[in-house]
Write a protein that binds this ligand. Structure first.
Ligand code: TRP
Length: 448
């Protein structure tokens, strides 16, 4: 890393930022939503297997590229493999960043609306039907969803504007632990609800009759989405990680924290959903509508609800930061555009597509194709297609193009760290990950 390049100031800062990228709406909104639609327990099991089996090695592969290359995804690959076409992997990542940011900014906007609703006591003593209707009304409002979406992306741009150490690192280090605490409080409350038993059974008891190619692909996509792998966000963050940090333990911590939060979200949401009569298949509103109901039943619920949605907004923010940073690093390093200009360009392009995602959720929207909204399309296109393809090329590049000597050298910090698992990790990167990803794709194509 060159001396004037910004970077993380400490190992904890690097972990917090990467965990901040990983932990977000994917864990608290998207994971329960998919688990609900895909039958619960069996989905969870496949998801966890993929996260634990492939997640850590793929994350290390991304950190390896980023720290060794020292740049954005395109630039890092150019450094590692000059005058080849491999840097196209980086361009897939840039595309994916915009696709994810588009629908993510829509959902991020919801978090701000819900802070507002919580603060103005909208949820007090309301039944679930009224709360669900409130969500529909909000999406149909000609003004508010866009307002929040724009404010949210403005906040994202603002923090990136402050830089890595003073912006990204500083904010995530405080906010992530706070989120953990409030999730645990919620979890305790949810487990005392009447529907707790039924909810836990739904989440943890696998029913394999529900499993088909779609469920497996959804679990794969969600695993990559939740870990922020497959598009170069962690290549970019890898370039800010100190040469002294241990990439293996960093990855392990991030994966563990991310998985823990997703499961916690499930333990919070499903017992509540069964208690208040919300279908697990309820989709987008599942998390957003269920949580206020739990708070309503808690002493001090009014304050907890506000704090919770603030923390959810922050969790989303540390994720959007990591997405926008990919674009900003790319534009500034590869095209010589000033960082501040790059921030503007990235934000506006993301918002352009984001607006269509938001528009597509209106009841009478024209941005719906068949029964798929543009929002759903961007969601599925990124998680189920772009990220797995990105991850596939990343592991192939690392194992088959760069090879093990280079990989071992980087992850052991030039042989100063003893790492007995390195062969095992490389084996997964070289054989297991590509075969599993390709097999899931083929299975999906054949069975559809
Ligand atoms: N992982 C984040 C979440 O779960 C979303 C996210 C941030 C992401 N950066 C990413 C997803 C990069 C894919 C790739 O909310």
């Amino acid at each position: 890393m060159s001396d004037n390049r910004d970077g993380f100031g400490s190992k904890l800062g690097a972990i917090a930022a990467a965990a901040g990228s990983a932990i977000g709406l994917g864990n608290i909104y998207r994971f329960p939503c998919l688990a609900g639609e895909n039958g619960g327990g069996a989905f969870l099991l496949i998801y966890v297997l993929i996260v634990l089996g492939l997640g850590i090695p793929i994350m290390m592969a991304e950190f390896y590229i980023g720290r060794r290359g020292g740049k954005n995804p395109v630039g890092s690959i150019k450094v590692l493999s000059p005058k080849t076409k491999w840097n196209w992997i980086g361009y897939i990542g840039i595309l994916a960043a915009f696709v994810v940011l588009a629908f993510y900014s829509t959902v991020s906007g919801w978090t701000l609306e819900y802070i507002y609703k919580a603060a103005t006591n909208f949820f007090a003593d309301k039944d679930i039907a009224t709360i669900e209707q409130g969500f529909v009304d909000f999406n149909n409002n000609p003004f508010r969803p866009f307002l929040w979406q724009f404010i949210f992306m403005g906040l994202t741009a603002f923090i990136i504007f402050k830089g890595i150490k003073e912006g990204v690192e500083k904010y995530t280090k405080i906010m992530m632990p706070a989120l953990f605490v409030i999730l645990i409080i919620l979890c305790v409350k949810s487990l005392t609800l009447d529907g707790a038993g039924e909810g836990l059974k739904f989440l943890f008891k696998p029913d394999f009759s529900k499993v088909d190619g779609n469920v497996i692909l959804a679990a794969l996509g969600q695993a990559f989405f939740s870990l922020s792998v497959g598009m170069g966000a962690l290549i970019t963050y890898g370039s800010y990680i100190s040469k002294k940090d241990n990439l293996a333990t960093t990855s392990l911590s991030v994966v563990a924290a991310d998985t823990f939060v997703a499961i916690l979200a499930g333990i919070i949401i499903f017992p509540a959903a069964f208690t208040f009569g919300i279908q697990p298949e309820a989709g987008a509103g599942l998390a957003f509508n269920t949580l206020p109901m739990i708070f309503d039943k808690m002493t001090g619920g009014y304050f907890f609800c506000i704090i919770f949605f603030i923390l959810l907004a922050i969790a989303a923010l540390t994720s959007t930061i990591s997405l926008l940073e990919v674009v900003v690093a790319f534009l500034s390093e590869e095209h010589g555009i000033k960082r501040n200009t790059a921030i503007w360009i990235g934000t506006l392009v993301a918002l352009f597509f984001g607006v269509f995602c938001t528009l597509s959720l209106r009841t009478d929207s024209v941005f719906v194709f068949g029964n798929m909204t543009f929002f759903d399309f961007m969601d599925k296109f990124s998680a189920n297609i772009l990220l797995p393809i990105g991850a596939l090329f990343i592991v192939i590049f690392v194992a088959w193009k760069m090879g093990k000597e280079s990989f071992y050298d980087e992850i052991t910090n030039q042989n100063t760290l003893k790492m007995s698992v390195k062969k095992f990790i490389f084996f997964i990167i070289k054989y297991v990950a590509p075969i599993v990803i390709v097999a899931i794709f083929i299975n999906q194509i054949i069975n559809n």
